[in-house]
Design a binder for this molecule. Structure first.
Ligand code: FAD
Ligand code: SF4
Length: 510
């Protein structure tokens, strides 16, 4: 008999393992404290994982596959991979152990160690999900100091024949339509209300609470918003292509107080737990575009495809190229602790109050809120990347380390010194006001650098460039910032830096 382990993010029913039921194979799935407790997770994240795992096991069992499922409250559950595996292997007639390659370094190491100690043969197989193998990006950029996403993306489009013609030229004559995709949301196009599967999750929430698991955020127990089955995930994909794809690119960088998801897909959870395959999502979007070209511009489609074929695979490649040292990177030597209001949303800064508030309510914020609101503030304020990583890893429904860490530590915090982003993603209130309606409802003044009610982003922005001048001022992409800094009068500079220092001292009460 073979024992096959499935982790909570390996819910790929199209995997060759499930081609046909086999009486000589038992699948093992476990809800473990080692996974609920390594960081404080959002309650919706824990619920989503357990609900998706349970539904997956039940569906495969119904197809005839043999499953051993250890729920969180099962008295037999010992809550770590080592202890549970030891007990299960001892209690059955198993002559072989197999698992799918995990996406997280932590689990990869743990499973490799466990297998070294086993007395039966073991084998790791591919998860049959990604478009690239773990080291593909590292091989592509051997010897390079920066990993240019655009180069990677074009190679991926050609390799997988995505939106290219027979001569491998991009559809529409351009690889990238980003310049057309930077609109503020002005209300002209109505935003469809995000529809969720509205599943009851009260029993799961009760079990999680009774087990004493520490969580953050809130959950609507009678109407869960996240898809946890393949059918629910496919329904969300359909909702996306019909209702949101037509405006996806145009408003992908916009932020709005009234709309927590705008035209974003909300597909990162089903993708990351492998309920959906990336190519099936991309192909469905292309197919829909092909039959609706008069209504949907190519820029909308390209903007979406780039996220999945480009950014998602790129981030995975960076992770595997650079782990484990990536988790220690702190190029700017930032040391500050995350202010307490990151966990409550109770701050006077409207942009942060809103972005954190919706993250606590939905376990979700879209990319620009993560990058240019919470990430931007953390970087300007000099928060330690470990603190920032732990927050992102806990709060978002889709946060799994392989994708969370290169986005947070790399792209958003510049902690890798410019491997992922050629310049730090920082901005003053200017950008926030251009891309959102946050500033108009804020008690801070978006125009002021210093003085009563001055927007903290403004002074912190100049403080950031001033304190990191040694490292950053030679970067040609940010020459304009140092030019402005250099032209500031000594008085103006003093007042601005003084204001920033004061805000940093009073960071808890901002
Ligand atoms: P859409 O905007 O509709 O995009 C469609 C899909 O493209 C997403 O579902 C996702 O699979 C993919 N995608 C888009 N951008 C990225 C990206 N930068 N990296 C990888 N995939 C991308 N994404 C995660 O899946 N997990 C994380 O833990 C995570 N942490 C992040 C932390 C920070 C600081 C930042 C700036 C971004 C992070 N992202 C993360 C990327 C991105 O914000 C989310 O993938 C996206 O917001 C998910 O919502 P959506 O499905 O509506 O995405
Ligand atoms: Fe945020 Fe400043 Fe705008 Fe307020 S004024 S919403 S703090 S950027």
């Amino acid at each position: 008999m073979t024992l096959r382990l499935l982790l909570g993010d390996q819910l790929n029913a199209q995997h060759s393992w499930f081609a046909r039921p086999d009486d000589r194979v038992t699948y093992l799935m476990m809800e473990m404290r080692q996974e609920t407790d390594y960081v404080v997770h959002h309650i919706q994240k824990v619920v989503a994982f357990f609900a998706a795992m349970r539904a997956f096991a039940a569906a495969r069992q119904a197809e005839g596959h043999r499953f051993l499922y250890l729920s969180l409250d099962n008295p037999e559950n010992l809550h770590t991979l080592e202890t549970n595996l030891e007990r299960v292997l001892q209690g059955g007639d198993f002559s072989r152990f197999e698992y799918q390659l995990p996406d997280e370094y932590r689990l990869d190491q743990q499973l490799a160690m466990i297998c070294e100690g086993l007395e039966i043969p073991s084998q790791a197989v591919d998860s049959e999900h990604f478009l690239t193998h773990r080291m593909e990006l590292a091989e592509m950029f051997t010897g390079k100091k920066t990993y240019l996403m655009e180069t990677f993306y074009r190679n991926m489009r050609k390799k997988h024949h995505v939106m290219v013609d027979a001569a491998e030229a991009p559809w529409g004559g351009k690889w990238n339509f980003d310049a057309e995709n930077r609109n503020r949301y002005d209300g002209a196009v109505p935003v469809p209300a995000p529809k969720g599967p509205a599943r009851q999750v009260a029993d799961l929430v009760k079990m999680i609470r009774e087990a004493g698991i520490r969580t953050l955020g809130t959950v609507d127990e009678s109407s869960f918003v996240w898809p946890v089955t393949r059918e629910e995930s496919l329904a969300m994909l359909e909702e996306f292509v019909h209702e949101r794809l037509p405006w996806f690119g145009t408003y992908q960088d916009a932020m709005s107080e009234a709309h927590w998801a705008l035209f974003h897909a909300r597909l990162s959870f089903p993708l990351n737990v492998k309920l959906l395959h990336p190519m099936e999502v991309v192909n469905r979007a292309i197919e829909h575009w092909e039959s609706n070209q008069e209504k949907i511009g190519l820029a909308q489609l390209e903007g979406f495809v780039r996220q999945i074929v480009g950014w998602r695979e790129y981030m995975r490649g960076v992770y595997w190229a650079k782990m484990p040292s990536y988790s220690q990177e702190n190029a700017l030597n930032h040391q500050r602790v995350l202010p307490g209001w990151f966990w409550t949303g109770e701050t006077n800064m409207n942009c942060l109050r809103h972005s954190i508030g919706q993250s606590l309510e939905f376990a979700y914020a879209h990319h620009i809120q993560r990058l240019m609101v919470t990430g931007n503030f953390a970087l300007l304020a000099g928060i330690h990347p470990d603190e920032v990583d732990a927050w992102y890893l806990g709060i978002y429904i889709d946060a799994i380390e392989w994708v969370e860490m290169p986005n947070t530590r790399g792209m958003s915090q510049y902690a890798d010194g410019g491997l992922v982003g050629s310049k730090p993603y920082v901005s003053s209130a200017n950008y926030m006001d251009k891309m959102s309606d946050y500033c108009r409802g804020c008690s801070y003044d978006k125009k002021k650098r210093h003085g009563a009610d001055a927007c903290p982003f403004n002074s912190l922005y100049w403080h950031f460039y001033h304190r990191h001048a040694d490292r950053l001022q030679k970067n040609p992409r940010i020459g304009f910032a140092y030019k402005t800094l250099g032209s500031m009068s000594a008085t103006e500079l003093g007042l601005t830096l003084g204001q920033a220092e004061q805000y940093l001292q009073d960071i808890e009460s901002l």
